[in-house]
Design a protein. Structure first.
Length: 143
């Protein structure tokens, strides 16, 4: 029997799938900085890959910018703040829910963002910061 080699992409997607089920959310996305200085979805679970393949996020302003530039976990409870991503998430979200953006850091800088949700707005996320950052570190290692 041959050993099947897993591609980098399949390992990263499996990791995102594991994170989604661990956190019990409908959507988990891993955004990575691309060569054009945009955040592009690198791995996804919970949304069809065909819908996310060409989506990039402008992170010059808004919650993605704050998460990336300040290396800070951000809770987003307004779909309007998610730009083009909000259209894809409408079916996944009910009133009273929020998404969480987690900076994915390498040794010296932020490499991307882990996007998880939705969570009920009343759920306190920041007390679990160490767990969230560890989840992001898993993506950083694979990227």
């Amino acid at each position: 029997m041959e050993n099947a080699q897993l591609s980098f992409e399949s390992i990263l997607n499996a990791t995102v799938r594991m994170l989604r089920t661990t956190w019990k959310v409908k959507v988990c996305l891993f955004f990575q900085l691309d060569d054009q200085k945009g955040l592009r979805i690198r791995a996804t679970d919970g949304l069809p890959a065909k819908d996310t393949a060409q989506l990039t996020v402008d992170f010059a302003k808004g919650p993605f910018s704050t998460c990336f530039s300040r290396n800070k976990i951000i809770e987003v409870d307004s779909m309007a703040m998610l730009g083009g991503l909000s259209t894809l998430l409408k079916k996944q979200t009910k009133p009273g829910e929020k998404f969480v953006l987690v900076p994915v850091s390498g040794e010296t800088r932020v490499l991307g963002i882990l996007f998880l949700g939705p969570f009920p707005k009343k759920v306190k996320i920041l007390p679990r910061e160490a767990e969230l950052r560890s989840a992001g570190a898993l993506c950083a290692v694979l990227s």
